[in-house]
Design a protein around this ligand. Sequence first.
Ligand code: ADP
Ligand code: MG
Length: 695
Amino acid sequence: IDFLDWDWKSNDKEDEIMARIDEAERKAKTIEETRKSLPIFAYREELLNAINEYQTIVIVGETGSGKTTQLPQYLFEAGYTKGGKKICCTQPRRVAAMSVAARVAEEMGVKLGYEVGYAIRFEDCTSDKTVIKYMTDGTLLREFLSTPLLGDYTCLMIDEAHERTLHTDILFGLVKDIARVRPDLKLLISSATLDAQKFSEYFDNAPIFNIPGKPYPVQVCYTKAPEANYISAAITTVMQLHISQKNGDILVFLTGQDEIEAVQESLQHTCRVLGSKIRELMICPIYANLPPDMQSKIFEPTPPGARKVILATNIAETSITIDGVTFVIDPGFVKQNVYSPKTRMESLLVVPCSRASAVQRSGRAGRVGPGHCFRLYTQHAFHNELEENTVPEIQRTNLANVVLTLKSIGIHDVMRFEFMDPPHEQALISALNDLYALGALNNNGELTKLGRRMAEFPLDPFLSKSIIWSEKYNCTEEVISIISMLTVQSSVFYRPKDKKFHADKARQNFVRPGGDHFTLLNVWEQWVDTNYSMNWCYENFVVYRSMSRARDVRDQLVGLCERAEVDLNSNPNPGDLVPVQKSIVSGFFMNAAKLSRFGESYQKAKYGEPGRTIHIHPSSSLFQVNPKWVIYYELVLTSKEYMRQIMEIKPEWLIEAAPYYYSKSELDSLEGKKKMPKNNQNNQNNQNNQNNQNN
Ligand code: ADP
Ligand code: MG
């Protein structure tokens, strides 16, 4: 691949510099020396003084300056955990929470889970001894449910604030609120980018503390022409670098596990073919679902003579720092949730990243010495096709979960919650309507008993409703199994390139009538029957890791059922699919779709736009079966808009599950029995009025 301003001939002079840096890096520094060498160390006293003086401060520093790993330790050393109190540091990503906690435990010479621990959804690795607790922003949010004033903590560090994740944005409002009633509480808002002014203003002009970094220059190279396939372009660039450049590790930004695995496989294949003709290439993937023992591999020093290539998601952008990287390859994409309040559809899309992201990514090449960043797109695309900044997640998500959480924390008037960037009003109204249709709110917008129970589960309201409702239908065990499997659905089946035929056959054997939910249930139940066998997974092309994770999730859900007072029962007649189908419909009625009269496409049963069709994903057991009515778990946009994890249903169940959401006439008209009512809007209003009277 040709890049502007770049010559593939190895640059000897630079290599020499790199070799020296490599050598210096390899001379093992003690932990103490490493800590003192971080840019933040010089500001330790100043920082502690500022924290002492002000309740809230905003801290800005380059990635790798030591904010995440050092600040909590400084606070601990300064005595902020006396009397059994804790310091909390939130992270948007669970991999970051785990890996940083492990690092800090090591620096402090303690066992992970004792003095230093982490808590993420479905996993709590802390103890009574824990004084520094790393957690995801979502986990801290849930702690507000049980302890609204967070009395256990003396300091809250909301880290990676620039990421503006949904949970972080809500935490801003909540922590600002409790800081008013807890003058003893310290708030640290830390960010890797310079737009800290906004945070400062939001927190009543809190002082901004800058940690100057001294990164090395990074040369940015663009492709001369657009690349049709960024995956193969990334693979080619890695190999070109590996062959032509003597030193320096490579970091590649990809959008998800599937891409990472594909690139890993291809690189391994190429290296095998080239054999001893090239140096060793150590390939390290890093993404959210990677098991912790494999995560730590990226931090291991590269063996002499070898080169490390890290295949990472956005997590390597600012959340975790990997030393030794000199080459960054940036295809310029990211996987993002996109929500349309109009159609109420949420879909996971691969979209171009923002210019701000691209700049952060290139910065990762200049930590140990001068670096290079290869953008797999043109300079023109950088200036004209990328957005300036990423839109905060709160403005592109279904807010049902957020509203439910806020309501259960006691924030009744969600429309007046102090958001840093308020979500679209329409999105909030849809969320309130959805919760109302689910039965979580009454017609005064107050939490119902059902809503309170739903909030006990760290799940989307659609899932928690299904669990709670399944008790009535005598099939909680089955529904919990299905929901646990749905949390890992994208990675249950293994399909290696050279064994596609066998893998597909194995998968076909799991198929059960009714749809993908029952197929997943079947996989789960068979695995349980083998006593969680690893071998069985291997023989049946099932991913053991995903199954183990589903098992962990399921154990947690069983525990949560007890808290939410849901009795566990099991379908006495497993051949009867209806109880399970009705339970799933009770939560997922909004994801109903009807086969169009001609062809194989579907249309959403409600809020569908004429002309906008959705399709059954080819991996579904219902592909080409095309039942008249289906419920789907998620929408994914690739070449078309696809539904994934699909179940066959009957339209009358929709009315049974959500009488205020669907009307018979509406569904009849979809079936072609009657003409569409002329004025849909009126129809909707009437329904709501009727609804209010009935409740
Ligand atoms: P910041 O939060 O400012 O981006 P960090 O505190 O995360 O910075 O990182 C500081 C240093 O700690 C980095 O140089 C990084 O190399 C090192 N570090 C962080 N996590 C780990 C880990 N899991 N293993 C080894 N080194 C780590
Ligand atoms: Mg950090």
